[in-house]
Design a protein around this ligand. Structure first.
Ligand code: SF4
Length: 365
């Protein structure tokens, strides 16, 4: 019997019929390590959003960090106080042994409660692999399959792993999505997650060719995708028992990413860094022309000795070739510092607290 259910707004402003998957709950808190196991994938979706650095490349990333050894994964998870991991790709199950090794490593290091969900297109799934994933402790499995592979979902529901589907809400695909939701329900899967369909640098041409347009006021969302998702939610509320969740692209930046940045910023901020509301690090930087280790050490010493700045408030980033301190210190002392040290650039930067430290703004002084 189908009981009429309503569409509710989650605290993160996504839309939900039924119950939210545990993987989504932790993702919204920014508490999930994003573990990219490989860029390899058997499918060739025209809308694949993977960047050039990752698409079809057999590389591993933990959040933004290129993983060279397994310990990198653990360090990154600790830096963001992760409570779980979302294992993604490409298709992680194209590299099943690697994926199993990572799941075991995470569970061994952080314990059973560390929640792990995994995305797959389903092309490499069989019962033996599912049993191994179950034994390794995988908590949740999300399928993004082409129709010929839908049947493998029924194999997954024979295990203790929570099973669901995850699809982009592509305008015009409403019928197929309802059919998929019905299939999921029939085989005993728990949920269907719909993501807002998005433009990326790598899929933009293909999307435009197919007539998709950017939603007004949005940087990436496709016009009509939200309406498509709402249609599925309304349909599911009346015609299905499966949980359906719609994750808009604004949620990814405004909530998930921000929360993840804040978690990491708290652990990586230096005593002189200010953490912004959005989890960015704000600091003052002094950059000599053609930086060398000797020059950087000298500048740091001058700041401490000539300007009485406490030692813990002056650091050196040798990779970026700069001396760092609090933004308010450079703001106050920029002119005097320049007078004493020739050939330098002084500014205030705002950057991500991530491994790649993406620069968001530079304000020269
Ligand atoms: S299944 Fe995912 S990773 Fe593979 S091609 Fe499609 S969108 Fe890209």
């Amino acid at each position: 019997m189908i009981i009429m259910r309503g569409i509710v707004k989650t605290p993160a402003n996504s839309l939900l019929v039924g119950e939210l998957a545990r993987g989504c709950e932790l993702c919204m808190e920014g508490a999930k390590l994003v573990l990219f196991v490989t860029g390899m994938c058997d499918r060739r979706c025209y809308y694949c959003p993977l960047s050039e650095e990752r698409r079809w490349k057999d590389v591993v990333y933990a959040n933004e960090l290129l993983v060279k050894k397994e310990d990198d994964i653990i360090k990154e998870a600790k830096l963001m106080d992760a409570l779980g991991a979302g294992i993604t790709g490409g298709d992680p199950l194209v590299r099943p042994r690697r994926t199993l090794r990572f799941i075991k490593l995470l569970k061994k290091t952080f314990g059973k409660e560390f929640h792990i969900h995994l995305y797959t297109s389903g092309t490499r799934v069989n019962l033996s692999l599912l049993r191994q994933l179950e034994k390794a402790g995988l908590d949740e499995l999300r399928f993004h399959p082409a129709k010929p592979y839908w049947h493998v979902i029924s194999l997954a529901t024979k295990t203790k792993i929570t099973v669901g589907g995850e699809m982009p809400a592509i305008p015009g695909n409403e019928k197929q999505l309802m059919e998929f939701a019905k299939y999921l329900e029939n085989v005993g899967a728990k949920f269907l997650n719909l993501n807002e369909f998005e433009f990326s640098e790598t899929n933009a041409e293909q999307l435009k060719k197919r007539g998709f347009r950017l939603k007004e006021g949005s940087l990436a969302a496709v016009e009509g995708s939200e309406e498509c998702a709402i249609e599925i939610l309304k349909w599911a509320a009346e015609n299905s028992t499966i949980s359906v969740h719609y994750c808009p692209s604004r949620l990814k930046d405004a909530v998930q990413l921000r929360n993840r940045l804040l978690r990491r910023a708290r652990n990586v901020a230096k005593p002189y860094d200010e953490i912004s509301e959005d989890g960015l690090l704000i600091k003052g930087v002094i950059e000599p022309k053609r930086p060398t280790c000797t020059k950087l050490i000298r500048i740091r010493r001058i700041l401490i000795e000539e300007f009485d700045i406490p030692e813990e408030l002056v650091g050196i980033d040798f990779n970026k070739g700069r001396v760092e301190t609090a933004w308010c210190i450079v703001e106050e002392l920029a002119t005097e510092i320049k007078r004493l040290i020739p050939n330098i650039k002084i500014g205030i930067v705002e950057e991500y607290p991530t491994a790649d430290r993406i620069l968001i703004s530079y304000n020269p002084l």
